[in-house]
Design a binder for this molecule. Structure first.
Ligand code: MRU
Length: 351
């Protein structure tokens, strides 16, 4: 993805540092940050400096490799396992985090000292490269669904920022747009953290894709008015039976799409599929801090960053919901489009 004409990846292991995009500063400013310790890397995931399934998967992988780089030869395995424990405790829902951590641990298994360290670094780089390549291919498969004049709705941010490059839900849109297909995107604001309004809208603007931001509650009315041709989102975890955990609000959008006969595709690399999680009810749903709902933040008209209170009441803040597989038209993966059921999950993982 290009920002002001310069190509960026969201996550990069650079020696003993992990180099990330500072997402909370968007859309006001674009800046990169570097974490120098595993604790700083874990904190970046926990506080959502880096967020999105693929991006935190690549960051988790990089964090375990970072521990190996920072450790003395005799301490490599102990350091990596301690890092894995800390990183895995940062966020519970997205499957990619555990996928990335486990890939790096497995790569170093049976090796010692420098060899273990080199294998860990190579595995972290492979996780990032594969994420970027899978998303590019998701874009190619998904673009086949997009026709001139379509109006596409999306929720949260499943774009380039949420992965290493390209994104999942936005990759088909980017591919089709670059191929000259005329599209318009409805961007759900995605309260409480506003990933749609803050991140998806910024990404689409960078890429020159026509789009409009709507309040979350406005999507159903756009569907009823016949102004939505397709709904496409990402996923944080897909269970073995095809149930989809994604940003809170996805379930409501999926119910509305079904009611109005609008196709709903979920775009994801197979690293998001969790064959060990039988169904949606088994997916741990992260409950986040009440302050995310009680406050909002941004810059005022003078460019001063402010956090302002929106309510004094107690709140509930579930970060994700589960959409039953029966509401999903299909899964767009790097291997092609599959049915949203146990057979589709198994077939995509077998490729
Ligand atoms: O809590 P977040 O912002 O890390 O949520 C993850 C997501 O980006 C969304 O749920 C997204 O739609 C899934 S795909 C990256």
């Amino acid at each position: 993805m290009n920002v002001d004409g310069v190509h960026h990846r969201t996550v990069r292991l650079d020696g003993a540092c992990v180099d990330l995009i500072d997402q909370p500063r968007l859309p006001h400013a674009f800046a990169r940050v570097r974490t120098k310790t595993v604790l700083e890397t874990a904190d970046a995931i926990r506080t959502m400096v880096v967020r999105g399934a693929g991006a935190i998967g690549a960051t988790g992988a990089a964090g375990v490799a970072q521990a190996a780089v920072l450790a003395g030869d005799s301490q490599v395995h102990a350091a990596m396992h301690e890092a894995a424990r800390i990183l895995a405790a940062t966020r519970p829902t997205a499957q990619n985090l555990f996928y990335g951590i486990d890939r790096v641990l497995a790569a170093a298994e049976g090796l010692e000292g420098r060899q273990a360290r080199d294998a860990a670094v190579a595995a972290a780089e492979a996780v990032a490269d594969e994420d970027a390549d899978s998303c590019r291919r998701i874009g190619e498969h998904g673009a086949a669904l997009l026709k001139d004049g379509m109006r596409i709705a999306t929720h949260c941010n499943a774009g380039w920022l949420a992965f290493v490059d390209w994104g999942s839900a936005l990759a088909p849109i980017y591919r089709a747009h670059r191929d000259g297909v005329k599209l318009e995107v409805w961007v759900d604001e995605t309260r409480p953290r506003g990933q749609g309004a803050r991140l998806t809208a910024w990404e689409l603007a960078q890429e020159g894709v026509p789009h409009r931001v709507i309040a979350d509650g406005a999507l159903a009315s756009r569907m009823a008015a016949g102004e939505v041709d397709l709904l496409i989102t990402g996923a944080d975890r897909v269970a073995a039976n095809g149930d989809v955990a994604n940003k809170i609000g996805t379930y409501g959008a999926a119910v509305c799409a079904k009611h109005h006969g609008i196709p709903f595709y979920v775009a994801l690399p197979t690293s998001t599929m969790a064959p060990g999680t039988p169904d949606g009810a088994s997916i741990p749903i992260e409950q986040r801090d009440a302050e995310e709902v009680q406050y909002t933040w941004g810059t005022d008209d003078d460019g001063v960053f402010r956090r302002v209170r929106t309510t004094y009441s107690p709140v509930a803040n579930p970060a994700f919901d589960v959409t039953p597989a029966s509401l999903v038209t299909g899964f767009i993966t790097q291997h092609g489009i599959f049915g949203a059921d146990a057979t589709g999950v198994a077939a995509s993982l077998a490729r």
